[in-house]
Write a protein of this length. Structure first.
Length: 180
């Protein structure tokens, strides 16, 4: 009924229609663009590789993976959960790694957790690690601030000039000690 009275008054209808039209059209545009910006942030549920699945090859995703079967190859994911019946033969790299099953190969993760049923044969490079009682582990453990980027850690070790700066530092330190 209120709209009928506004329609009956042509001066108000024109005045209200003109300001009302630009305001709603400009107001919904930012929320729509905000919605589009936030939509990709929503993650899909974890991909599950069932226990009867055997994969030969590498897996790479920005999402989450739960492995219950066998994978012969490298895996890279955001969150990687290795089920109790799972076996991985290859390098595993993820922000979070939860190991309930068996891995033969290197593990790289910001957070690595070996549960009581875990069996790992290989090195673990991590930022934080938790090993529950009963877990089986054969290999070395190394803490790094950026365990997901093997290039940074490997480059200085592989470079031939690495010993020269060490010798220069030793010589500089020795010279400094003699001066003191």
């Amino acid at each position: 009924m209120f709209s009928k009275s506004k329609i009956n008054e042509p001066g108000q209808k024109a005045a209200e229609a003109t300001p009302a039209a630009p305001a709603p059209s400009s107001a919904p545009v930012p929320p729509a663009s905000d919605f589009k910006a936030t939509a990709p942030k929503a993650k899909p549920p974890a991909s599950v590789l069932s226990s009867d699945l055997h994969i030969t090859g590498n897996l790479k995703t920005t999402g989450d993976i739960q492995v219950e079967g066998t994978v012969e190859g490298d895996i890279r994911a955001h969150l990687l959960t290795i089920g109790e019946s799972a076996t991985i033969k290859g390098e595993v790299t993820a922000d979070d790694v939860v190991i309930n099953g068996r891995i033969v190969g290197r593990v790289r993760g910001l957070k690595v957790r070996l549960t009581s049923t875990a069996r790992v044969e290989g090195d673990i490079i991590h930022k934080t690690i938790a090993i529950e009682s009963g877990a089986h582990f054969e290999g070395s453990v190394q803490r790094q601030d950026d365990p997901l980027n093997p290039g940074k850690a490997a480059a200085p070790r592989a470079a031939a000039p690495a010993p020269a700066p060490s010798a220069a530092v030793t010589a500089a330190t020795a010279a400094h000690k003699h001066d003191s």
